[in-house]
Design a protein around this ligand. Structure first.
Ligand code: ARG
Ligand code: ZN
Length: 883
């Protein structure tokens, strides 16, 4: 049941209009649909195949006449009309569904008593029979009928045309969406909800009414979401000239939701955790995530809805582009450097491992069994890096020209990644030859750069070589088009002025308005390639891949002292942070080797000095400092080892952390005290930076497990007036097992047991703990009254959290694997999408030693042998075993 990109065929039938009627009830829901169908080629007769899953067919009519038994064929997944009319006709279908039993949270389902939908990617087929594919775009109307007391609010896409009372305590609402759309953007909500209302006036004067809907007691927590929405609407006008196109925009917060959020036309549905926030209950990270995701879904209105995907292989066309847009939005609203660092860390920690494992796939996959499995960090985050590279190559205004042309050409269409590429190329007359390989080749390119200086000729040469590793189904790769942003530092740490560079003996002038530049973008296109800078008066220190200009692994011949120099001086703040990370990674790897050889660990004093000078540098941005003094994650280091050793990496990382805390205790204490802020909570960069630096210092100090430092952490916990600081203090304390930890954890629960989003943090904190043998504690928490296997957020907190602790998940006795294996099977019966996300934790089992391999493999085989396994879990488990 593998679907292939190369098998794409246009649909044989077009749908012009779709009129839906929902009769919502407690024991069943009746869905009636009336579709105006048009054969794509008039007069040609071919079967009409409609998707449908878990549906009870009540009736089917063509042009008002019931179809006879022999005129259609019904199986588990589709309804086929063998020979429908060869010119325009009306198709009417009535189905019965049971949303109250739908635990997959796909299609129409109930969450906390309210009805809601999730149709992307292929959930609409669980509502009614339809050509459930994004290249079928139609105009929808939706009439909802339901009990007036139980479901006072009835919402769907587009404009509310009519509403009123019905018999038996029921009422109805009729919604009409004037824009044509694919079925995945359909949405319906019915329930007891209240809204925060506001308005936004677009720059051409359209007055848009904005509503954020939640259960009434949560309405006070939607202020930040509303602020985020209005900021996003303004930003898209200013940066891309894109305006909203209807008179209303609704957002609904839902507690049971598989993913983050969904961009349904004018009716965005959100996981509650990405809408609800108050200073007392949400952290800075939550506030930032809400800003980013509210922006993301809003931006989809143009990149996704007005221009959509031809087929699901093109998912990155809308997701990569929209992630790029939300990243830029967040950068403009806060600190660009800090946002870039966070995004690159995410790419390294999650996408690089995927690209190097059995599920490696290109930004545009070639095949899938279950599309839900391809909503991945590769499609989203690497896809966003690909979009960013166009901007790096074409410049801001060139990129904008490309975007304008893309909308001019494709508004109202379902298109492909090549169409986006062509718009960027054509709008700029650019030579982007072989850039498209970024969409088709999987694997993280490995780029090596070496340098040499000729003091007589005053030339400086950079030699690049690149290699794309083999991935499943792609043993041999071609060289990629890699934009490498470069600056050269002189001995005082200043950027040298750059004027000319020779590539293959061809001279290129790199001035801007006849002025030398400090950064230039080299276009590395061959397996091996050389660039020679002229007029370079002294041997420079190169700052390579500034701003992380391409999603590659970079290896260079920079020495430790070069890296320390860059850490101290680079004008590119991203690379300044990166220099520290490269140093830290080298150091950690060498300590891991020492640990494995049972040598005593000694921390290089130069590293401590480097961290000290960053920590005490009052000219640096404080959030930047917090990032720069944070060590690379354990996953990142394991990724660089031939055989991943979670115990060694964990021991080394903890060792360095404690050594830094010990040797910089005075500095950390001073930093903590200097960065206390007694004012009210404000979500702005300045205040967040203070909190980030203070909390990072506290985490270091508390790692020492000294009574007076634990006392300090307790004081911070008790005096905190916002969740950012309270939770940071709790996390700091929870590093060390003991009575204090247990007491604070139970205090936190009793304070917050009424708030399910805060309770999820409490689950996650305990689940992620590196305390030895933590699996037992996690087992116990499965039976905690606040836990529920049917709620994805709780599963992600407790089970996902547990898999985030390498020492415990990869425990050498196999206890972590066994725990996950059993839970995956239980989950799969309830919610295959969530089960499949969890089973992915096994996918890199071959990276570990033989003992662990055997134990993990046994669990994967156990899962594969289970009866009635979902396609979702089957795809991940079988690919993990095969590769
Ligand atoms: N389009 C949504 C977004 O904004 C994600 C929907 C994911 N749905 C799924 N079944 N995986 O990213
Ligand atoms: Zn999206």
């Amino acid at each position: 049941k593998e679907i292939l990109l190369k098998d794409y065929k246009k649909p044989d039938y077009l749908f012009d209009t779709v009129d839906l009627r929902f009769q919502l009830d407690e024991d069943k829901t009746i869905v009636s649909s009336k579709i105006a169908v048009l054969p794509r080629i008039e007069g040609v007769s071919c079967p009409l195949v409609l998707h449908g899953h878990d549906l009870k067919l009540l009736s089917i009519k063509v042009d008002g006449k019931d179809l006879k038994k022999e005129e259609f064929q019904l199986d588990m997944r589709q309804l086929t009309l063998a020979s429908p009319p060869t010119s325009a006709f009306t198709l009417e279908i009535v189905t019965e569904i049971y949303p109250q039993n739908n635990t997959s949270l796909e299609g129409l389902y109930k969450s906390s008593g309210n009805f809601c939908t999730q149709c992307e990617a292929e959930g609409f087929r669980k509502i009614t029979f339809y050509q459930d594919r994004p290249d079928v775009m139609a105009k929808y109307s939706c009439r909802i009928e339901a009990d007036k007391t139980l479901y006072p609010v009835l919402l769907s896409n587009g404009n509310l045309i009519e509403h009123g009372g019905l018999e038996d305590g029921k009422h109805y609402a009729l919604w009409v969406d004037p824009f044509k759309k694919p079925s995945y953007l359909f949405a319906l909500v019915a329930g007891q909800l209240e809204s925060r209302d506001d308005t936004f006036v677009t720059r051409s004067g359209r007055k848009v009414s904005l509503r954020i809907w939640t259960p009434s007691h949560d309405v006070p927590k939607t202020a930040h979401a509303m602020y985020s929405l209005k900021s996003a609407m303004k930003w898209d006008e200013e940066v891309f000239g894109l305006e909203y196109d209807l008179d209303l925009f609704n957002i609904v917060a839902v507690p049971d939701f598989n993913m983050g959020a969904m961009e349904n036309k004018s009716l965005n549905l959100f996981n509650s955790k990405l809408v609800l926030a108050s200073p007392e209950t949400a952290t800075d990270a939550d506030y930032a995530a809400i800003l980013g995701v509210i922006g993301h879904e809003y931006f989809h209105n143009w990149t996704g809805n007005r221009v959509t995907c031809r087929d699901w292989f093109q998912l990155s066309l809308k997701e990569g582009l929209t992630v790029f847009r939300d990243q830029e939005f967040s950068s403009d609203m806060g600190s660009r450097t800090v946002k870039r660092i966070a995004d690159v860390s995410r790419l390294r920690n999650y996408q690089f491992p995927q690209d190097a494992g059995p599920m490696a796939h290109p930004v545009r996959p070639h095949s899938y069994i279950k599309m839900d499995n391809f909503y991945t960090v590769t499609v989203y985050e690497k896809g966003a890096e690909v979009v960013r590279m166009y901007k790096t190559l074409l410049g801001s205004s060139g990129f904008r020209k490309g975007m304008d042309l893309y909308f001019k050409r494709h508004d109202g269409q379902a298109v492909t990644c090549e169409d986006f590429f062509a718009a960027m190329r054509d709008a700029n007359d650019a030579d982007l030859s072989n850039f498209l390989l970024w969409y088709s080749q999987a694997g993280t390119p490995y780029v090596k750069v070496t340098s040499s200086y000729d003091p007589d000729a005053h030339t400086y040469t950079l030699r690049f070589s690149q290699e794309v590793p083999p991935t499943p189904g792609q043993p041999v790769k071609e060289p990629m088009f890699i934009p490498v942003a470069i600056g050269l530092l002189d001995s005082s740490g200043k950027d040298m002025p750059l004027t000319t560079v020779y590539n293959d003996g061809m001279m290129q002038t790199i001035t801007s308005n006849n002025q030398p530049v400090s950064t230039t973008v080299l276009q590395v296109k061959k397996k091996e390639e050389e660039f020679v800078f002229s007029d370079i008066p002294e041997r420079p220190i190169p700052s390579v891949l500034r701003g992380y200009s391409a999603p590659v692994r970079l290896d260079s011949d920079l020495t430790d002292s070069d890296l320390l120099f860059l850490l101290a001086h680079d004008s590119d703040e991203f690379n300044r942070w990166e220099a520290g990370q490269v140093l830290a990674r080298k150091l950690m790897l060498s300590l891991v080797a020492d640990f494995q050889q049972k040598e005593t660990l000694v921390l290089n004093p130069k590293f401590v000095d480097g961290i000290r000078s960053i920590l005490c540098n009052s000219t640096l941005d404080k959030e930047f400092i917090a990032k720069a003094i944070t060590l690379p994650g354990e996953g990142e280091i394991m990724d660089m080892m031939a055989v991943a050793d979670p115990d060694a990496v964990h021991a080394v990382r903890s060792f360095i952390k404690k050594q830094l805390a010990l040797q910089l205790k005075k500095e950390f204490l001073a930093t903590l005290i200097d960065n206390r802020n007694s004012g009210p909570y404000v979500f702005n960069h300045h205040d967040m930076a203070l909190r980030a630096l203070k909390n990072t210092s506290l985490a270091y100090l508390a790692s020492l497990d000294e009574p007076e430092l634990t006392e300090l952490a307790l004081h911070e916990y008790k005096s905190a007036t916002n969740m950012t600081e309270q939770f940071a203090a709790l996390t700091a304390i929870a590093q060390n097992p003991g009575q204090v930890r247990d007491d604070v954890l139970s205090d936190f629960y009793s304070r917050w047991q009424h708030d399910f989003l805060v309770v999820n943090k409490w689950f996650a904190l305990q689940a992620m703990s590196d305390i030895p043998g933590n699996v037992v504690n996690v087992q116990k928490l499965l039976n905690h009254p606040a836990f529920d296997l049917r709620n994805p957020n709780k599963v992600y907190s407790l089970i996902g959290g547990f898999c985030g602790s390498p020492v415990n998940f990869h425990a050498k006795d196999g206890s972590g694997y066994k725990f996950l294996g059993e839970i995956v099977l239980q989950l799969d019966k309830l919610n295959p999408q969530v089960a499949s996300r969890m089973v992915s934790a096994f996918s890199r089992w071959r990276r570990y030693d033989e003992t662990r391999q055997t134990l993990a493999k046994a669990q994967l085989e156990m899962i594969m042998s289970a009866n009635g396994l979902s396609e979702n879990v089957y795809e991940i488990a079988s690919k993990s075993l095969a590769a």
